[in-house]
Design a protein around this ligand. Structure first.
Ligand code: 1CP
Length: 338
């Protein structure tokens, strides 16, 4: 069992920097596209054998130090009664706009939320030689899709909802916090060895609004989970003073922000994860090596997990991903073992 990833999350500076890639299973892989030619995305998430198969695909190609369950942040909402399509991102059939709409959301018991995910995790734990990360979407990011209805640059429908319907918004965040805490606990019970909460759209809020709605819900989710926890908020440097109060082992740092500055804010005891710009994978190998080297040098003396600063893009060349993984192994061994 390769435990580098879990050891890094305990705050250790270890002999080689572990790495995994956000969205490492997905459309940039031809073998993923081959599976998707036969089944739609939701069927794939809900079929444990297939979901386990695509989770393993990137690990067969690259020397990665963690696996992440194949699913989507929106799948647990199916059990709450939300009608969803993927095109390719999530599209909610009836976006929530009032307290009535929010009251209709059902929050089920842990084992009823997404039972297919628990089966997928059990299959994976039998196969894997690296730790398995479970995950969920943070309430703000789920609310972004639930209220706006689909992806958006600035989620302005959600933002106006938060201002105009604070009572409905608080009820929504409370329900999503309970649902998400239960969902992550079920993943841990099934065998997930660490969890990451994706707050991809955290950056759309001011610090004031983030503190009012998003932060208390995130704190509630993390309060009772007994495995290492990572919180990834995107485009969120202005929120770091607030995020610092979240009790987790690791913080995911996005590509727009500086690892040095993050280190100053979060301190030396925490593990930082990130933050290569996903677009660098589409540049040439010289550029890839240079930037991987930069990140590893910056973080050489503190606890770090190498990752991209957001999900890998569908047009990232597989050969460049493979080259990045080799570079990180080679350079981090050189730096840390001298
Ligand atoms: O056509 C397809 O095959 C669907 C493409 C796809 C895939 C491969 C979607 C739709 N989701 C996923 C898998 C997925 N999504 C994973 C597991 C893969 C892995 O990490 O190896 C994870 C962790 C997610 C999480 C997710 N979904 C996030 C948070 C992370 C991030 O990248 O910010 C978000 C914001 C989503 C929403 C979503 N689902 C799918 C897409 C294309 C999107 C984002 C774009 C949009 O809002 O339209």
């Amino acid at each position: 069992m390769n435990t580098l990833f879990l050891r890094a999350l305990s705050g250790e500076v270890i002999e080689r920097t572990p790495l995994w890639i956000m969205r490492q299973a997905g459309r940039y892989l031809p073998e993923y596209r081959a599976v998707r030619e036969k089944v739609d995305f939701l069927t794939l998430c809900q079929t444990p054998d297939l979901a386990a198969e695509v989770t393993l695909q990137p690990l067969r190609r690259f020397n990665l130090d963690a696996a992440i369950l194949f699913s989507d942040i929106m799948t647990p909402l199916l059990s709450a009664g939300v009608q969803l399509e993927f095109n390719p991102g999530p599209v909610v059939q009836a976006p929530l706009r009032s307290i009535n709409d929010v009251e209709k959301l059902r929050v089920l018991e842990p084992d009823e939320i997404a039972p297919f995910v628990n089966s997928t995790i059990k299959i994976l734990r039998r196969e894997l030689k690296v730790p398995l990360i479970g995950f969920a979407g943070a309430p703000l990011t789920l609310a972004a899709y639930l209220v706006q209805g689909k992806g958006s640059k600035d989620f302005s429908v959600l933002r106006s909802f938060l201002y105009q319907e604070p009572q409905a918004a608080h009820l929504l965040f409370d329900k999503l916090a309970v649902l998400t805490a239960r969902y992550l606990q079920a993943q841990i019970d099934a065998g997930a060895q660490a969890v990451q909460l994706f707050d991809s759209w955290a950056g759309i809020l001011s610090e004031e609004m983030y503190r009012k709605f998003a932060l208390p819900a995130v704190q509630k989710i993390f309060a009772n989970l007994a495995v290492p926890r990572i919180y990834f908020a995107q485009d969120a440097a202005h929120l770091w003073p607030a995020i610092k109060s979240i009790d987790v082992e690791g913080y995911g740092i996005d590509w727009r922000t500086s690892l040095n500055e993050a280190r100053n804010i979060f301190g030396n005891q925490k593990t930082l994860q990130g933050n290569l710009d996903p677009a660098i994978l589409k540049a040439n190998k010289h550029v890839i090596r240079h930037h991987a080297d930069n990140i590893l040098q910056t973080m050489q003396k503190t606890s770090h997990i190498f990752n991209l600063g957001h999900g890998i893009e569908p047009d990232a060349p597989v050969e460049h991903v493979s080259y990045l993984v080799e570079c990180v192994h080679e350079i981090s061994k050189q730096i840390r073992q001298g």
